[in-house]
Design a protein around this ligand. Structure first.
Ligand SMILES: [Zn+2]
Length: 143
Protein backbone atom coordinates (compact mmCIF):
# COMPACT_ATOMS: atom_id res chain seq x y z
CA UNK A 1 0.00 0.00 0.00
CA UNK A 2 2.80 2.37 0.93
CA UNK A 3 4.64 1.58 -2.25
CA UNK A 4 1.60 2.34 -4.37
CA UNK A 5 0.96 5.54 -2.51
CA UNK A 6 4.54 6.73 -2.92
CA UNK A 7 4.45 5.85 -6.59
CA UNK A 8 1.26 7.80 -7.16
CA UNK A 9 2.59 10.72 -5.15
CA UNK A 10 5.71 10.77 -7.28
CA UNK A 11 3.59 10.80 -10.42
CA UNK A 12 1.54 13.65 -9.02
CA UNK A 13 4.65 15.65 -8.19
CA UNK A 14 6.01 15.12 -11.66
CA UNK A 15 2.82 15.88 -13.56
CA UNK A 16 0.93 17.86 -10.99
CA UNK A 17 1.68 21.33 -12.17
CA UNK A 18 -1.22 23.74 -12.04
CA UNK A 19 -1.92 26.42 -14.65
CA UNK A 20 -2.73 30.06 -14.13
CA UNK A 21 -5.61 31.00 -16.40
CA UNK A 22 -7.95 33.90 -16.96
CA UNK A 23 -11.56 32.83 -16.70
CA UNK A 24 -14.87 34.06 -15.42
CA UNK A 25 -16.27 32.16 -12.47
CA UNK A 26 -20.01 32.57 -12.09
CA UNK A 27 -22.31 31.78 -9.21
CA UNK A 28 -24.71 28.89 -9.01
CA UNK A 29 -28.35 29.56 -8.47
CA UNK A 30 -29.09 27.57 -5.35
CA UNK A 31 -32.58 27.66 -3.94
CA UNK A 32 -33.17 29.11 -0.49
CA UNK A 33 -33.17 25.71 1.18
CA UNK A 34 -29.99 24.75 -0.59
CA UNK A 35 -28.27 27.89 0.64
CA UNK A 36 -28.96 26.92 4.24
CA UNK A 37 -28.02 23.32 3.84
CA UNK A 38 -24.42 22.26 3.86
CA UNK A 39 -23.91 19.72 1.15
CA UNK A 40 -20.80 17.96 2.26
CA UNK A 41 -19.17 15.92 -0.40
CA UNK A 42 -19.16 12.93 1.92
CA UNK A 43 -22.64 12.38 0.59
CA UNK A 44 -20.92 11.47 -2.63
CA UNK A 45 -17.48 10.25 -1.84
CA UNK A 46 -16.78 9.66 1.84
CA UNK A 47 -14.92 12.92 2.30
CA UNK A 48 -15.31 15.29 5.21
CA UNK A 49 -13.77 18.63 4.52
CA UNK A 50 -15.33 19.79 1.29
CA UNK A 51 -18.61 21.67 1.34
CA UNK A 52 -20.84 23.60 -1.00
CA UNK A 53 -19.82 26.99 -2.36
CA UNK A 54 -21.75 29.53 -4.40
CA UNK A 55 -19.28 29.30 -7.25
CA UNK A 56 -19.96 27.50 -10.50
CA UNK A 57 -17.46 25.35 -12.33
CA UNK A 58 -16.05 27.33 -15.27
CA UNK A 59 -16.28 24.21 -17.44
CA UNK A 60 -19.64 22.56 -16.68
CA UNK A 61 -21.29 25.34 -14.59
CA UNK A 62 -22.22 22.97 -11.75
CA UNK A 63 -21.54 23.85 -8.11
CA UNK A 64 -17.96 23.78 -6.89
CA UNK A 65 -17.12 22.24 -3.53
CA UNK A 66 -14.69 24.03 -1.30
CA UNK A 67 -12.20 23.30 1.44
CA UNK A 68 -10.25 25.75 3.61
CA UNK A 69 -6.67 25.22 4.72
CA UNK A 70 -5.81 26.48 8.20
CA UNK A 71 -3.56 29.49 8.77
CA UNK A 72 0.05 28.30 8.66
CA UNK A 73 -0.92 25.06 6.93
CA UNK A 74 -1.71 26.37 3.46
CA UNK A 75 -1.65 23.87 0.62
CA UNK A 76 1.43 24.15 -1.58
CA UNK A 77 1.03 23.71 -5.32
CA UNK A 78 3.33 24.24 -8.25
CA UNK A 79 2.10 26.62 -10.93
CA UNK A 80 3.49 26.43 -14.46
CA UNK A 81 3.30 30.06 -15.52
CA UNK A 82 3.74 31.79 -12.18
CA UNK A 83 7.01 33.55 -11.47
CA UNK A 84 7.21 32.19 -7.95
CA UNK A 85 6.13 28.71 -9.08
CA UNK A 86 5.26 27.44 -5.61
CA UNK A 87 2.00 28.92 -4.39
CA UNK A 88 0.34 28.30 -1.04
CA UNK A 89 -3.42 27.98 -1.23
CA UNK A 90 -5.78 29.20 1.47
CA UNK A 91 -8.75 27.55 -0.19
CA UNK A 92 -9.33 25.04 -2.94
CA UNK A 93 -12.41 24.27 -4.99
CA UNK A 94 -13.26 21.18 -6.93
CA UNK A 95 -15.66 19.97 -9.57
CA UNK A 96 -16.27 16.27 -9.24
CA UNK A 97 -17.88 16.12 -12.66
CA UNK A 98 -14.87 17.59 -14.46
CA UNK A 99 -12.32 16.13 -12.00
CA UNK A 100 -10.91 19.62 -11.83
CA UNK A 101 -9.46 21.75 -9.03
CA UNK A 102 -9.48 25.52 -8.84
CA UNK A 103 -8.10 28.22 -6.57
CA UNK A 104 -8.05 31.99 -6.48
CA UNK A 105 -4.91 33.49 -7.98
CA UNK A 106 -5.73 36.92 -6.53
CA UNK A 107 -8.12 37.18 -3.58
CA UNK A 108 -11.40 35.64 -4.64
CA UNK A 109 -12.21 32.93 -7.11
CA UNK A 110 -14.40 35.40 -9.03
CA UNK A 111 -11.53 37.85 -9.61
CA UNK A 112 -10.99 36.63 -13.17
CA UNK A 113 -7.65 34.86 -12.71
CA UNK A 114 -7.48 31.40 -11.22
CA UNK A 115 -5.18 28.46 -10.77
CA UNK A 116 -6.57 25.28 -12.21
CA UNK A 117 -5.64 21.65 -12.28
CA UNK A 118 -7.44 19.25 -14.56
CA UNK A 119 -6.73 15.70 -13.46
CA UNK A 120 -5.59 13.37 -16.22
CA UNK A 121 -7.28 10.33 -14.73
CA UNK A 122 -9.32 9.09 -11.79
CA UNK A 123 -6.25 8.03 -9.80
CA UNK A 124 -4.72 11.47 -9.95
CA UNK A 125 -8.08 13.05 -9.11
CA UNK A 126 -8.63 10.76 -6.13
CA UNK A 127 -5.14 11.26 -4.82
CA UNK A 128 -5.37 15.04 -4.88
CA UNK A 129 -8.92 15.02 -3.55
CA UNK A 130 -8.02 12.80 -0.60
CA UNK A 131 -4.84 14.71 0.14
CA UNK A 132 -6.72 18.02 0.20
CA UNK A 133 -9.53 16.53 2.25
CA UNK A 134 -7.03 15.29 4.82
CA UNK A 135 -5.41 18.73 5.15
CA UNK A 136 -8.45 20.93 4.66
CA UNK A 137 -11.16 21.99 7.07
CA UNK A 138 -14.70 23.31 6.87
CA UNK A 139 -13.78 26.27 9.08
CA UNK A 140 -13.58 29.60 7.30
CA UNK A 141 -10.61 31.92 7.71
CA UNK A 142 -10.65 35.69 7.83
CA UNK A 143 -8.23 36.24 5.00
ZN1 LIG B 1 -17.25 21.02 -13.82
Amino acid sequence: MNVIRKYIKKEITMDGVWEKVETKIGEVDLGEEMRKKELYIKEYGGLHNFYNSYYACPICKKMLFKTVFPVGREYAIEVENESNRTVKLKRAFLCKFCQAFFAAAKVKLADGVIYQYLADNIYEYNWLLNDMDARGTTKGRRD
